[in-house]
Design a protein. Structure first.
Length: 250
């Protein structure tokens, strides 16, 4: 009985060494490029879709395909995190001057919406709903929630869409509302460059808002090492070593 108590205590201690991201991701509904799309009434054969894991930290998955001449279909899959999700198309990899598609479904599973936004500047008033230069096919823009994930789909008319893409996740528990559908600043974002012909993407750094007011001043902070990694041990190996010591002491 004493040994069981000691083992339980050290098990709890070992769990504390696990990175928080590992615990949180275990609670999310995950998607991957090997997963089958759970969407009904999909207007195209899902096997035709190219797939890229564009934001590993947040499990953002982008699927796309050229369906007909000068028409491209996109499906962005993300965890349902009680926040808006966004994908931007940029000429230079920067937010300002680009156009984005933003979608959300309220936390009670009720109303949802998706809109194009013009990212005209760094202030909330510079981000304007229902404006932008993306030629979205009428009736193609929608967002739905399936098994704790959001799927935002749309079609663009373009010979070749812009290859520099931006992704963002909004602040928790905030959803744009009428009449202006104004956005609040995202809690984090990342960038990719996609070759639409071959599929691979160059993944950029994840950035979170900070005291800086310009994009150029934002930098990615390196995560602090967990106590176990600081000693060069994985959490599981550390737990094994501690258990052996506890057994010997017993």
């Amino acid at each position: 009985m004493k040994l069981c108590s000691v083992s339980f205590i050290f098990s709890v201690i070992a769990i504390q060494f696990l990175p928080l991201s590992t615990i949180v991701k275990g609670q999310q509904a995950l998607d991957s490029c090997n997963s089958t799309l759970p969407l009904e009434d999909l207007a195209l054969n899902s096997s035709l879709l190219q797939c890229v894991e564009v934001w590993t930290d947040q499990n953002y998955i982008l699927r796309y395909a050229k369906t007909v001449e000068n028409t491209w279909s996109f499906i962005l899959s993300t965890p349902a995190s009680n926040a808006y999700i966004a994908i931007g198309f940029s000429t230079n990899g920067r937010m300002v001057g680009s156009s984005a598609i933003v979608g959300w479904i309220t936390s009670d599973g009720g109303s949802g919406d998706a809109k194009q936004y013009l990212l005209g500047g760094m202030l909330p008033g510079d981000v304007i709903a229902d404006q932008g230069d993306l030629n979205i096919v009428n009736g193609s823009l929608m967002i739905e929630s399936v098994s704790s994930r959001l799927y935002m789909s749309f079609q663009l008319t373009a010979e070749l869409p812009r290859e520099k893409l931006l992704y963002a996740m909004g602040p928790a528990d905030f959803f744009p509302s009428s009449p202006e559908f104004r956005l609040r600043e995202h809690q984090s974002k990342t960038t990719t460059t996609i070759n639409y012909n071959t599929g691979p993407a160059t993944i950029g750094p994840t950035m979170s808002p900070g005291p800086a007011t310009t994009e150029a001043a934002q930098t990615r902070s390196a995560p602090a090492p967990s106590p176990s990694s600081a000693y060069g041990l994985s959490p599981s190996l550390l737990f094994f070593v501690i258990s052996l010591v506890a057994l010997k002491l017993y």
